[in-house]
Write a protein that binds this ligand. Structure first.
Ligand code: FES
Ligand SMILES: [Fe+2]
Length: 440
């Protein structure tokens, strides 16, 4: 149990907050690249409570500047995209992508006032379908050599969705291995051959058992949590009745991502990014170790469940997440359909905008959440002292290049077989058979 102050400390991320200072030390997903595919590539972005506008200029370069014009505050999202920058429609002040004001056409001829006017501007970079922004002080850190960044563009599909809750409770559902046995329980198994692009619809690795059956019949995993150079490795063991052990390896990637297996072919790297303290986006990179990703199919599956342009889910609080008590009797544990994103969304939104952690009771199954909060608090302390070197992944380019994986895999250990060797071997076999992982 924690105090209100402690809960505020780890949940609030706006400008000037302690946890916000931690998150600002890392690249943050700001938009999907597909959002800028239009005849006028300008989109509003609210990130860590900061109102910004993202655009692509005539040179194809990205800019991320303050939403409000530094003249008298008009909304730059309605700006004219011209001359490699954005021009405010109110009085024509023109900003380049670095935020420098380059022209003030209503000021007297020859005025040099514009030279002293700059608006907020942040570095941005595009990686496999996601545009990342760096909102912190100093130079941005190097990207680690994670699979989702190293895989060719053909093997990564990116998508996002809006959840109306604080980022931390959204992240915490992703490092809670027991919930999948309940929240995502299917009371009947579907045909795993129909499961492309969906979580938990494959067979358990190396078996004919649907993942849904493993999760349903073995709800009490042993959970091992290890600290790593990128965050936490979470190993969940489900001891099957026939003596074999199902090993599931998932990860917390500091500060606010997870990396988990989705199927035998694909992993999901998912960030939970604060819009403000009461809303967040999940951004996912689905990375295939097998065939190129069928992006059209995966996008179509997800667009059926979300509306544009804000990627808000169609099932939500206003329609009870599609809750159907008849379905809950004999098809799903939640009665909210087969899309597991909706289950997670209900779980985290139903806590309230910011979960009241003064009232919670953590158990053994919450081991990774407890460890994560400890890591976050020590990073908050380090950031408070500007001791970036004590924060996970605060490393130089050479060391970042050595941070690979992370291993996210499902595997089955035969009776008597060491589960550690089993998952390492399963991961190595997958990489050995993967064209792009092998070419590295
Ligand atoms: S408010 Fe933008 S130019 Fe005046
Ligand atoms: Fe979940």
């Amino acid at each position: 149990m924690m105090s209100q102050e402690q809960n505020d400390l780890i949940t609030r991320t706006g400008p000037g907050t302690a946890a916000g200072k931690v998150l600002r030390r890392y690249w943050q997903p700001a938009a999907l690249a597909e959002e800028l595919v239009s005849s006028r590539p300008v989109v509003p972005v609210t990130l860590l409570g900061e109102r910004l506008v993202l655009f692509r200029d005539d040179d194809g370069e990205l800019g991320l500047i303050a939403r409000h014009c530094p003249h008298r505050g008009a909304d730059m999202c309605f700006g004219r995209l011209e001359d490699n920058g954005l021009r405010c429609p109110f009085h024509g002040w023109h900003f380049d992508r670095t935020g420098q004001c380059v022209e003030q056409p209503a000021e007297p001829e020859g005025s040099r006032m514009h030279e002293n006017v700059r608006t907020v501007s942040y570095p941005v970079i595009e990686k496999n379908g996601i545009i990342f922004a760096y909102l912190g002080a100093g130079d941005p850190p190097p990207f680690p050599a994670f699979d989702c960044f190293e895989a060719p563009e053909s093997h990564v599909f990116a998508f996002k969705g809006l959840w109306e809750c604080n980022w931390l409770q959204a992240l915490e559902v992703g490092i809670d291995p027991a919930h999948a046995s309940f929240l995502h329980r299917f009371l009947q198994d579907e045909d795993p051959n129909e499961g492309y692009g969906k979580q938990f619809r494959d067979r358990a690795a190396g078996t004919d058992i649907p993942m849904t059956q493993v999760l349903r019949e073995y709800p009490r995993p042993d959970i091992n949590v290890e600290e790593t150079d990128y965050g936490l490795r979470i190993i969940s063991l489900r001891h099957l009745a026939d003596g074999r052990t199902h090993v599931r390896v998932t990860n917390q990637v500091f500060p606010e991502a997870i990396c988990i297996p989705m199927s035998n072919e694909m992993t999901i790297t998912q960030w939970h990014v604060p819009v403000d303290d009461g809303n967040c986006y999940w951004y996912s990179m689905f990375t295939s170790f097998g065939k190129p990703v069928d992006k059209a199919l995966m996008r179509e599956q997800r667009l059926k469940e979300h509306r544009l342009p804000d990627y808000a889910p169609l099932k939500n609080r206003s329609n009870n997440y599609g809750y159907d008590p008849e379905e809950q009797k004999d098809r799903t544990y939640t009665g909210m359909g087969l899309d597991i994103n909706v289950h997670d969304q209900w779980a985290v939104e139903s806590m309230g905008r910011i979960q009241d952690r003064r009232e919670e009771h953590l158990g053994k199954s919450d081991a990774a959440i407890i460890r994560y909060r400890r890591m976050l608090r020590s990073a908050i302390e380090a950031a408070g002292k500007d001791d970036a070197a004590s924060m996970p992944m605060a490393v130089d380019a050479a060391r970042a290049a050595a941070i690979t994986g992370p291993v996210a895999v499902d595997a089955i250990a035969d009776a008597g077989q060491d589960w550690l060797e089993t998952y390492v071997a399963a991961d190595q076999a997958r990489r050995a058979a993967c064209a792009w992982a092998n070419a590295r």
